[in-house]
Design a protein around this ligand. Structure first.
Ligand SMILES: Nc1ncnc2c1ncn2[C@@H]1O[C@H](COP(=O)(O)OP(=O)(O)O)[C@@H](O)[C@H]1O
Ligand SMILES: [Mg+2]
Length: 247
């Protein structure tokens, strides 16, 4: 079991709130590791510290042994740590494939060549199309992004993360706002992706979590109260009391 990500003694305080309270956590290469916990538990704050948008007060984050605690977000992205983009980062008037092509270009370090339409470069277009096929959106490639459904936009975010070269995908509530059919589609996609990528998944949809996660960590008031297999977490009395029982 090789840890791709090692979090040690991580702390983050916002005023009187200890949002991350001495978090120690290993994410193993190739696993889908879910973080669950009530609203305000500190799940998004943890993800933000891993992606580099929030600076921890204390502790360290290592990626494949390399200390990235204070590395800039774009550098972490270069190293393969990508947070699923918010839908607001999709360029709505542009076609689906052009949005993904931009991520391919950005990864290759020449995003400044925007004056040339991305899709005119056939190799980049080909790769973007492959990423769209991977998330099941190939037939939507030429559609304007704006006409896609909410669920399709979320799939696009995953395609963009893949196009950015994601090795460790940080997903903060990818099922949020999805209907049952769209959720099932996302679960099916993530279960395919986890054979080739490592996924850190924050999700409220417990059916999705228990279907996807190899291990689950439970966060309550910034503290990890348990880490284990889905069966271990289901059977954990403290977890049931603190969280699952409330559902
Ligand atoms: N930028 C911020 N400024 C002040 N307080 C924050 C900020 N971000 C999060 N918090 C607080 O930190 C705690 C954890 O929030 P968050 O990480 O969003 O929880 P979750 O994602 O588990 O719902 C909450 O009490 C929240 O109000
Ligand atoms: Mg959150």
């Amino acid at each position: 079991m090789t840890a791709i990500l090692t979090i040690s003694g991580l702390e983050k305080r916002f005023g009187g709130v200890l949002a991350t309270d001495h978090v120690d956590l290993d994410v193993v290469k190739g696993e889908c590791h879910a973080i669950i916990g009530p609203n305000g538990a500190g799940k998004s704050t943890l993800i933000a510290q891993l992606s580099g948008t929030v600076v921890p007060d204390r502790g360290s984050i290592r990626l494949n042994g390399r200390d990235i605690t204070r590395e800039a977000a774009y550098k972490r992205a270069r190293l393969g740590v990508t947070r699923s983009f918010q839908i607001t980062s999709l360029v709505m008037p542009m076609s689906v494939i052009d949005n993904v092509a931009l991520a391919v270009q950005a990864r290759e370090g020449h995003s400044f060549k925007l004056v040339r339409p991305a899709r005119s470069i056939s190799r980049i277009r080909q790769e973007a199309l492959a990423r769209l096929a991977e998330v099941g959106l190939a037939e939507r490639a030429d559609a304007p992004t704006v006409i896609l459904s909410h669920g399709e936009h979320r799939l696009m975010e995953i395609a963009i993360a893949l196009a950015s070269g994601a090795e460790l995908m940080l997903l903060d509530e990818p099922m949020a706002g999805l209907g049952p059919t769209e959720s099932a589609r996302m679960v099916e996609l993530l279960s395919r992706l986890k054979s080739t990528r490592t996924i850190l998944l924050v999700e409220h949809d417990m059916d999705a979590v228990f279907a996807l996660a190899d291990r689950i960590s439970v966060l309550v008031y910034g503290r990890i109260i348990a880490t284990g297999t889905p069966d271990e977490i289901r059977g954990n009395a403290e977890v049931r009391h603190a969280y699952l029982g409330e559902e």
